[in-house]
Write a protein that binds this ligand. Structure first.
Ligand code: OKS
Ligand code: ZN
Length: 344
């Protein structure tokens, strides 16, 4: 299995995030990708290749053009308004009765319009890294369209919280959604996206919610007690043509493998019934027992079992990296998953 990665993805290097209302050290940092690269090399997992370049077209099939323009112009606007902080945080949002049909001119107004949380700083090189991360996912999708049986897109920044026109949860472009759409546009009739990150993939769910051609499944901490709080409940099943093609498995804090793996089984059974041409896995390792921001109890060896179970589906599979913040163990947990998959 080949890994796709570009060092440009390291250019997004936030120092801080607003977490639970406090300024804290940033968690979604370049060393995450480095730990995975180091482990891939240590076990000689396979070739690591640079992503290809893509026009913005495949990204604009998922994201609104004004949003992508905002992301790509952001740092110029920020400095033109005389702001000198090295990272920008939104702090005001157009919730409920406030208007979203007019985009403010002022940069803080824009930041709130195009985001849903304050935990996702933007810096001078965020756009470069974000676009390259999406190209990493797109390269994986292109390799699958060209006949690869599997690929690993080492995406960073991650993507699954990003909606059509707003960022949040460390995510800017929804890499998995962009990849799934690319696969649809290059021969796949049906695509399943299985999100095994600790957090609900609210962006991916919302993007495909009314569609029957992309099935979305997510195992995650119950949003009643966990970020992203406002999406990811079990009764969200899709709308219109998309009805029954959205499947959420919210689980309580403290969930161990014995319980988590039952949701994995159920999800796999639904994927088998859907009969997709290709599987996209939103791979988060923040289900790990020692993850600093999460409350599930998966052990390092159990990540191999995730890979093994997914392999049993017998589908061409594109892995796309999402979260995971126990940096010391992240490489092992990630490569364990990929190894479990390959050993089948
Ligand atoms: C603040 C929590 C912010 C959580 C962001 C989640 C990022 C992630 N205490 N998504 O999968 O890993
Ligand atoms: Zn996560």
């Amino acid at each position: 299995m080949k890994t796709i990665f570009s060092p440009d993805q390291m250019l997004h290097a936030p120092q801080f995030e607003v977490s639970d209302g406090k300024l804290e050290p940033a968690k979604e940092i370049p060393s995450r990708a480095q730990m995975v690269l180091d482990r891939l090399k240590a076990v000689q997992f396979g070739e690591i290749i640079e992503p290809r370049s893509f026009s913005l077209d495949p990204i604009l099939k998922i994201h609104a053009s004004d949003y992508i323009e905002f992301l790509s112009d952001f740092w110029r606007l920020w400095t033109e308004e005389g702001r000198t902080e090295q990272e920008a945080f939104p702090f005001v949002w157009p919730v409920r009765q406030l208007r979203t049909d007019i985009v403010p001119d002022q940069i803080d107004g824009k930041l709130g319009h195009y985001s849903f949380d304050a935990g996702t700083p933007m810096g001078p090189h965020t756009w470069t890294a974000v676009r390259r991360s999406a190209e990493t996912a797109l390269t994986g999708a292109a390799m699958m369209a060209e006949g690869a049986r599997s690929a690993f897109a080492l995406c960073r920044p991650p993507g699954h919280h990003a909606h059509k026109s707003f960022f949040g949860g460390y995510c800017f472009i929804n890499n998995a959604a962009v990849a799934a759409q690319y696969l649809r546009d290059h021969g796949a009739k049906r695509v399943s996206v299985f999100d095994v990150d600790y957090h609900h993939g609210n962006g991916t769910q919302a993007i495909f919610y009314d569609r029957a051609d992309v099935q979305f499944l997510s195992i995650h901490a119950d949003p009643k007690v966990e970020f992203p709080y406002y999406l990811g409940h079990a009764d969200e099943k899709g709308v219109g043509e998309g009805e029954e093609f959205n499947l959420n498995y919210p689980l309580p804090h403290g969930t161990p493998w014995e319980v988590w793996s039952r949701a994995l089984e159920e999800g796999c059974a639904s994927i088998e019934a859907y009969k997709p041409d290709v599987l996209v896995v939103s791979l988060g390792m923040d289900t790990f027992e020692k993850d600093p921001i999460s409350q599930f109890k998966l052990k390092s060896e159990e990540f191999n079992l995730i890979g093994e179970r997914l392999a049993k589906l017998g589908l061409p599979t594109l892995f796309i990296m999402e979260g995971g913040y126990a940096v010391e163990d992240l490489g092992v947990n990630c490569v364990n998953t990929l190894t479990g998959f390959r050993q089948r």
